[in-house]
Design a protein around this ligand. Sequence first.
Ligand code: MGD
Ligand code: SF4
Length: 743
Amino acid sequence: SSRRDFIKISMWGAGAAAVAGSLYSVDVFGGNKEDFNYDRPDLKRFPTYCDVCFWKCAGWTYVDDKGTIKKIIGNDIDTHSKGRLCTRGTGGLGMHFDDDRLKTPLIRVSKKGEKSVFREASWEEAISLVASKMKDIKSKYGAESFALLKHGAIGSHLEHLFSAYGSDTVAEPAFAQCRGPRDEGLKLTFGESCGSPEATDMRDSKCLVFIGSHIGENMHNSQVQEVSEAIDKGVTIITVDPRLSTVASKSKYWLPIRPATDMALLLAWMNVIIFEDLYDAAYVAKYTTGFDELKEHVRQFTPEWAYSITDLTPKMIRDSAREMAKAAPATLIHPGRHSTWYGDDTQRTRAIGILNALLGTWGRRGGFYFNEKAKVPKYPHPEYPEPAWKAKDLNVNLLFANQGVTNEVIRASIPGEDTTHQVKAWMVAGTNLTQSVPTEKNLMMKAIEALEFLVVIDIYPVEITGYADVVLPECSYLERYDDLRNSDFRTPSIALRMPAAAPRWESKPGWWIGKQIGLKLGLGDYYKFNDYTDILDWQFKQMGTSLEEMKHIGVKNLPRTSGPLYIEDGAEHIFKTDSGKIELYSQKLKDVGLDPMPVYTAHEQPPKDYFRLNYGRAPMHTFSKTVNSPNLNDLRSENALWVNPKVGKIWNLKSGQPVWLKNQDDVVSSFPIKVRLTERIRWDSVYMVHGFGQKNPEMKRSYGKGVNDTEMITKLMVDPLMGGTGMRGNFVTILTENPKETV
Ligand code: MGD
Ligand code: SF4
């Protein structure tokens, strides 16, 4: 069918490639800051904050007198990033220089049943078309039927547009495919989540526990810096991971758990901590509720019980629990981030929260601190209209989904599905949806096929653009203003992102795109500014600075006003839960018929000749966002399949050998992946880095390199509390020949 054929795209519009030759000859890998001569008279610097991941570290972009960006480095005064950028941030210049980027607006010319062909269009034509479709959908079905699926900086610009237009049908993969279960699990326990950046006080931790959280490979700048600071100070690390991750290799205890059994370990740890009297009795008595019920509940979950489930010896479970208690309250059992694993993820996070509470670490030095961000004044605009329904109304059975769930929006887009409301059109911005939201039974494709209109805003011709009716090219973060960064950290700080270079080709900033569509929709009252600088200057002035000053300093650190970082010894503290206490036992869950305390459920293990598909991150990449970036692609251009050497021997596999994967639903990978034999993975699992296996040939560096894990994830374990997409219950077998060629 038409939209599916885009992989064969033959033409992106004549002239699309006729652009300035490669500008890519910069000093991005100058290595240390010292290696680069910043005093060159021809250099100017512009403040920015990094957009390569969602950590938002502040930096300076250096530009020479020809207007060519030469280098990007951290902003020394930025408390949030401690003045440094990670490899990806330093390599962020690749997003500016990449000649594979989208260059002009594109309009689809092929009809259904033909292969996808686009033609170049002017902004005027493309924006008029988008606005007329938005009007059309609104008059036929109501504005709510137009959904916004977004991620990243452009999100707030388009949310403003959608709110003014009358739709709150908004969702992003950062919730139901990432940290939703963690955030909801912590809210149910402590009344609030740990935020982003996580309010983890790791620099002062004496014991750090990572459960599947592979910090270092999962690169969040200041977290990694704090872990290394803690290592220098002699922290004890305990890592629970079926794979010897980088942080596992730095650990005193590596617990190579049988995948999908973490809940059994967490319950056994609670058993040891309670029955060996290792918990913080004063903290538990003062700040928690439900301890007696919890004690009875975990009585049966001994380390001996957990042994046969987890493959971890009772001694290992006891020793590691005692180690945690010894360092408490400066012990941090990290709640992780990407937590959509097995469908009981909100409850698993509750178990992690409960363990932290038993050790008295919430609101304590070396555990969790109380973060604070600045109050940013809202630029005035008329009231938004009240939509007839909201994205949340699609989550009928998901009582603890406090925002839109991508998969529910997708389901609501398929005629005949049992949903409360119908979605007819999508705007997809800053998210490569087909790769970031796995679905069952090909629901993603069914939804895309059924849409009356799909507009995609991206900087790259990623897979999802191939299904669009209109594609709009955003410029890279180094070429635009965006909202100010408002960091949620130990102390608040704000940062400015401003352009260091003009947008390349015809690309435009997200705020500009939102405004132009808004104007065409007759929403001018919501856009009473000329340039985004008007908004920024207005906000900065009320926060004690100005755009002019921020251009010179980049970051403004503000004083903390919300009170102490930690609960002072014995002080009263009201938690934001119904009871005002940390809820070890949740009446709220009980009242709606759900488990008030976490329970262990056995999950399916791989059938014969199949391996559990495990996936994660690499330090030089952020999902699929970076895989085509010239310099980051140069560091790693494809993913590899980690296989245990014992399996390699039985299956006669060699390192470097290309193989194809087939999953439990007989889905075969589009491309091969090279084997990497390593003792670092258990025999029952394979592992790969997420983000590779790009399907659009226009992504020249990354096309066809490695396997896309999402393609192999066709069975979901949905979290009944908040709709999280549990992705780790999929099994693959290894094929040494391309089955498509042998049939
Ligand atoms: P990416 O796949 O990197 O992440 O999901 P996404 O947010 O979809 O896609 C980012 C998109 O933004 C790319 O298309 C990129 O080209 C585009 N982009 C980059 N810069 C800009 C810009 O300045 N402007 C615009 N408009 N677009 C830009 C991430 C999500 O995926 C998350 S947060 C997690 S934790 C999950 N991880 C995950 C996984 O590990 N495995 C599987 N199978 N699925 C996952 N889904 C989730
Ligand atoms: Fe950029 Fe790295 Fe900071 Fe993420 S952690 S914002 S990629 S410098």
